[in-house]
Design a protein. Structure first.
Length: 457
């Protein structure tokens, strides 16, 4: 069987985006509504009251974006497919114009010598499926597997490296427990039900995609280390590790939710939710694991007088904690510590034995435009530090194949609206003109000595 994951002696490089964050054109070519269209329209849901209706206009400017990817000299472009473009009602009728768009996108990447890698779910669930209960319902997992096959039937001759979900933790817990992401539900245990169905959806889709000949199917997880700030917080850190990390890795590696996880999420022991065979289906279903890493977490036992942070609300059943955040921090308030990436890579490889891709890593920076230039030295430092950590993890034996930067373009940063920018390319808020930042030029020259276009892929 041909393997398509990068496998050279040195790391491959790429940049990532996600459909709702960049495409805009939310009512063009028959696209159905997604939960993010509905959620972002609620007053107060996003920091600046804005949504993805226009975003970066990448739906119409994707060739320009792929020129930027080519000129950067990376070999990989990680993008996501908007489910409601392909199946406007979530199931049933296929919208060919939606598929046509991704068809053109994939061809445009290949024409430029860039390998496309597609993520099937980056949080834009069709609203029609949410109206029927969303991820807490088993039928959504079944619908996902059907959707995956529709996309694969169209693109599978040219896209060979696939991911099912991006950061299912966010989809489940920020969406259904904390309510700070779409669909904005605050139902505690619904987060656990959603998490199980996201696992199941991955397993169901993986079985069918493998059957159809896919050899490089992964799942992208935002794994994070929990470093207890005090000895008293050690148990809480273990609970958080269970809810953030082991809830995905346990089914993948062992086909089970572990006892520590079941103590904080007893819903996952309910046989009507977790049916016979569900977890066996997930075990061994991934050919690789993608890791999105930004920051470590330092839990400490919560002061009940302090308002609970949404990140804490996201952990139904866990001991109440707050998080200590040390300096330096990025513009979104996340602590910078590349050692966390190294630890997560080494630990995930030890646990799964699978090839790993760093599928996202990057920083939100203030990014002032001065005389038309964004001199984002802080982002360069962040990327340099995390690249070094990735190399250290490889030296320690972790089979890390690629390092993919989040993100190509300043874009719609979910609940933060457009107030936080992670791009290596500035996007003018008025006319969407793209201007590469200093970090783009730095990365291009870092890659250029050996690589030439796409040869690091
Ligand atoms: O913008 C997000 C992305 O969609 C998923 N991972 C984290 C990024 C920064 O918050």
């Amino acid at each position: 069987m041909t393997q398509h994951l990068p496998a050279g002696p040195s790391l491959a490089y790429g940049v990532a985006t996600a459909a709702y964050q960049i495409e805009g054109a939310t009512s063009e070519d028959g696209r159905g509504a997604s939960i993010w269209d509905t959620f972002a329209a609620r007053p107060g849901a996003t920091r600046d009251g804005r949504d993805g209706t226009v975003a970066c206009e990448s739906y119409h400017r994707f060739t320009e974006d792929l020129d930027l990817v080519r000129d950067l000299g990376v070999g990989w472009y990680r993008f996501s497919i908007a489910w409601p473009r392909v199946l406007p009602e979530g199931t049933g009728r296929i919208e060919q114009r939606g598929l046509d768009y991704y068809d053109r996108l994939v061809d445009a990447a290949l024409d430029r010598g860039v390998n496309p890698t597609a993520t099937l779910y980056h949080w834009d669930l069709p609203q029609a499926l949410e109206n029927r209960g969303g991820w807490p319902e088993r039928a959504t997992a079944e619908a996902f597997a059907d959707y995956a096959m529709v996309v694969h039937d169209r693109l599978g001759d040219r896209v060979h490296v696939w991911a099912t979900h991006n950061e299912p933790w966010c989809a489940a817990y920020l969406g259904y427990s904390a309510g700070v992401h779409a669909p904005g539900r605050t139902e505690g245990g619904a987060g656990h039900r959603a998490a199980h169905h996201l696992n199941l959806a991955h397993g169901l889709a993986a079985a069918r995609l493998h059957e159809a000949g896919v050899t490089d199917l992964g799942i992208v997880l935002n794994l994070a280390p929990y470093w207890p700030e005090t000895p008293e917080a050690a148990e809480a850190a273990d609970e958080l590790d269970a809810l953030r990390n082991r809830i995905w890795l346990g089914p993948l590696a062992e086909g089970a939710y572990d006892d520590g996880l079941l103590r904080v999420a007893p819903e996952l022991a309910d046989p009507t939710l977790v049916r016979d065979g569900d977890l066996a289906l997930v075990r061994g279903s991934a050919d690789w694991v993608g890791i999105n890493y930004y920051t470590p977490f330092r839990p400490t036992l919560a002061d009940p007088a302090v308002a609970r942070h949404p990140e804490v609300e996201a952990y139904p059943g866990a001991t109440p904690v707050s998080f200590v955040v040390r300096e330096p921090r990025t513009d979104i308030g996340w602590e910078v510590d590349p050692a966390g990436l190294e630890e997560v890579l080494v630990e995930t490889h030890r646990r799964t034995g699978l090839p790993l891709l760093v599928t996202e890593n990057g920083a939100a920076c203030p990014d002032p435009v001065v005389d038309g230039v964004v001199d984002d030295q802080d982002r360069i430092d962040y990327l340099r530090g995390h690249l070094a950590a990735t190399e250290r993890a490889r030296e320690a034996g972790a089979d890390v194949r690629a390092y993919i930067v989040w993100t190509l373009l300043d874009n719609f940063e979910w609940a933060e609206g457009y107030t936080k920018t992670f791009g290596i390319v500035h996007v003018d808020p008025d006319d969407r003109t793209r201007t590469p930042k200093a970090s783009y030029h730095w990365l291009a020259s870092f890659l250029a000595p050996e690589s030439g276009t796409a040869s690091r892929g």
